[in-house]
Design a protein around this ligand. Sequence first.
Ligand SMILES: [Zn+2]
Length: 348
Amino acid sequence: MKALALEDRLVVAIRDVPEPVVGAGDVLLEVHAAAVCGSDIHRFVRGHREYPMILGHEAAGVITAAGADVDPALVGRHAALVPLIPDHTCDQCLAGRFSACRAYSFVGSRRPGAFAERVAVPALNVLLVPDELPFEQAALIEPSTVARHLLDLGGFGRGQSAIVLGAGSIGLMLVQWLRVLGASLIIATDVAEANLEAAAALGAHVTLNPTKLTVADEVRRLTGAGVDLSVEAAGSPQALASVVEVTRPKGTVVLGGNQPVDASLPMSFVEALMRRELTLTGGFMSYSAPWPGHEWTDSLAAALDGGLDLPAMISHRAPLAQAPAIFEEIGAHRLVHRKIVLDPTARS
Ligand SMILES: [Zn+2]
């Protein structure tokens, strides 16, 4: 079958690779849509721990085979991929902390991913979806679950105010979930005007560009003491440094963006955190008990009832065969994009 292989830093190519092996407990998913995640781009630009690797973990398609011990009635069903493969047996899994599993695998980084015609995964790693949900929307359930999970971690409740720092894919999903869950005020920040326009269209009441004004001053002007909940989704040290100033005393800060490991934070951050008695929490992946978590069923329901506008998240659609050219554009910073959805079934 054809697959997009990451063969070195900044090197991807369409290759003929062996068909996936459908083991006991597995299903074979024929991929109809696979979206490019920021982490895929990171692995392409910065390199990965092993080569070749088939990336891709935001995906959906049709189940075309079922291994031993799997209900054969699953064959023919449409499904979204659930990419974390925990062992379901360690102490962390038994406590419901699947993303802290001591022996997990992950589709598209530790085992072959969905930038391919087919991918084999455990039957526990598909979320069945109705046939009428377009594949490209089912593929975006995964990034939706990440945003939903971050709001859970922040203890968000209806009527609260919130700021989303960074209006990339996860930031825009956060804005949408805040709208769906009934935020009283949604503020979004980004350095790119196009992202702010998207945030406003998807539910942000106020958009702020930190290159043009001082975000903390604007937030104080709008809220007095700051917002109830701040979510850092930019992965930017500057955005991170500002979270304490924009959050009200006793408010909550959730960290969702991957920061550069060589950056550092001034200790005044800690002092501000203490003086305001803020709650600070990190977020990793999108899972909770019972497996894979309500984040997944909530996201499917909101995709089906139109609460989430998933088509608005997509800027590019292309056959898988065009992926090397697209990644080259991304690597050269020549492509302004939101979600890019690849279709391995489409002819180039
Ligand atoms: Zn485990």
